[in-house]
Design a protein around this ligand. Structure first.
Ligand code: 13P
Ligand code: SF4
Length: 304
């Protein structure tokens, strides 16, 4: 570790104690950010952790909708997002206004939003889900017709696992679009013993060549299994840091070295420290939106 990083980390940890703060980081964060965090996880685990923490301040190292979810679940806490430009482009592919229009066209459909969506969109939905529980959430519904927003590929994947009718929204993740079945086939050829795991945000032709389709939390659990020695990993590159750190001696091969989410990488040790010093930028959701969005998230969390 460079001296510069060691000093930054020391200052972050000191301020964190002074502010009674907790640092939560998503699995796609830069390695040095994951290493300074109190907890690293997927979207579901991060919201569960935010909901139960007794810290006064949550420093959220992830993208905007994740910090917003933490703020919705903990309205009395200060939620810091060290760079306000860290938004999820897929979440921005649906707005509350466009969702209201679509709901008028399909009034009988139950609306399920992916957690990768704004608080306003959540407030317009019936329940939300993450990649870890999407099929379980859909199966828990009485409705036979579901409008799923915004990720068409996760929606398509769910439709292959349920008998319910899933109406798709044309959103997608630019980062997961970079993962191709051709490259995975090349890697499989070079590493014939490797298992292939991909994220459900990948395109159907990528999912078709995978052994397992899992969210990032599921990927971390799979990697720990004794029989898994080599893994081709079809998701954002940041997770490779955690996989290698937790499983020394095992081989992790990114399905695409271009699968990098630029917004996730906006969070750095420097802006975490600055954010804790200045107690800014804060993410706060207006109370009317917050109350509706909270019940939508809590319905999901109640499913366990
Ligand atoms: P996970 O919930 O699987 O961590 O996914 C979040 C995400 O943004 C995937 O691109
Ligand atoms: Fe959004 Fe894709 Fe980045 Fe995940 S990887 S935060 S879905 S843009």
């Amino acid at each position: 570790m460079e001296n510069r990083d060691a000093k930054l980390i020391e200052d972050i940890l000191r301020l964190k104690r002074q502010r009674k703060a907790i640092i939560l980081a998503h699995n796609y964060q830069l390695g040095e950010v994951q290493d300074v965090a109190d907890f690293v996880g997927d979207s579901l685990e991060l919201s569960q952790n935010a909901a139960k923490t007794d810290a006064d301040v949550i420093v959220f190292c992830g993208v905007h909708f994740m910090a917003e979810t933490a703020s919705i679940l903990c309205p009395d806490k200060i939620v810091l997002l060290p760079d306000m430009h860290a938004g999820c482009p897929m979440a921005d592919m649906v707005t509350a206004e466009r969702l209201r229009e679509r709901k008028r066209e399909v009034p009988k459909a139950t609306v399920v939003c992916y957690i990768n969506s704004s608080a306003e969109v959540k407030a317009e939905s019936d329940i939300c889900c993450t990649s870890a529980n999407a099929v379980k959430v859909i199966e828990s519904l009485e409705a036979e017709k579901v409008l799923f927003v915004p990720d068409q590929y996760l929606g398509h994947y769910i439709s292959t696992k349920t008998n319910k009718e899933i109406l798709l929204w044309p959103g997608f993740c630019l980062t997961h679009m970079r993962i191709s079945p051709e490259r995975i086939m090349e890697l499989k050829h070079d590493y014939p013993r490797a298992k292939v795991v991909v994220h459900p945000e990948c395109r159907p032709e990528v999912i078709a060549v995978a052994d397992e389709v899992l969210g990032t939390g599921g990927m971390c659990k799979l990697a720990r299994r004794e029989e898994v020695e080599e893994l081709i990993v079809g998701t954002e590159m940041g997770i490779i840091h955690r996989l290698r750190k937790e499983n020394p001696g095992k081989k992790f091969l990114p399905a695409s070295e271009q699968a990098i989410c630029p917004r996730m990488k906006l969070i750095t040790l420097e802006n975490i420290l600055w954010s804790l010093e200045e107690m800014t930028p804060q993410v706060k959701v207006p109370e009317e939106v917050c109350a509706k969005a909270r019940s939508v998230i809590n319905k999901m969390l109640a499913l366990g």
